[in-house]
Design a protein around this ligand. Sequence first.
Ligand SMILES: [Zn+2]
Length: 180
Amino acid sequence: METARYLLLLNPKSPSWSDVSGGHNRLRWEDIAVALSMGNLNQLSYVLARTKYCQDSSCAESLVKLVSGLVKSLAKKGQWRARGTLLTKLAQLACYESLQTSHCPACRGRGLRRNGMECDECHGSGRKPMSARSRYRFAGIDKRNWERRWQHRYEDVFRHLCDAENQALSHLSWQLHSDS
Ligand SMILES: [Zn+2]
C-alpha cells in the first residue's frame, strides 16, 4: 500500500525507517516542509502533516484550533448537545490519536493482510487504534453515554483527520516524485 509506505518513510520515529528507505532516498524534514508548501494543499492537511512529519510543535496548537472548529461545526450540523469542554476534549483526542505513531501489530503498519486484503484490526489505516476505554476516559464520558451517543460522532471527527492525512500523503508523494 503506497500510503502506508510513505507513512513509514516519512516518520523518523518509525522503526522501519531504514528498512523502507533502504539506505538511500532519505528525506529530511526540510524537504517535506517545502513539498507541503507547494501547490494548494488544504489547511488542515498542511497543518497536520507539518506537525506530524516535520515534528513542528508550533503547528500543534493551530492543529487543535482547526480541529476544534471542525468539531463545533459538526456539532452544530448534527445538533449534538455537549456540556462544558466536551467538544474541545474530542478535538484534542482526535489530534492526539492522529499524531500518535504506533503501528497496528496485526499488519505491522501496512494496512493489508498477507493475502492483500484490508487488515481487519485497523481497517487499512496501519495504525493501532486506541481502545474505546481510553477514548471515553480522555473525553470524560461514561461508557454508556459514549457507546450510545459519542462513539460514532467521534469516529466521524477522526475520519476527517484520516482523510486530511491521506490527502497530505498523496500531495507529498506527487510533489516529492515530480522533481526527481
Ligand atoms: Zn492493521
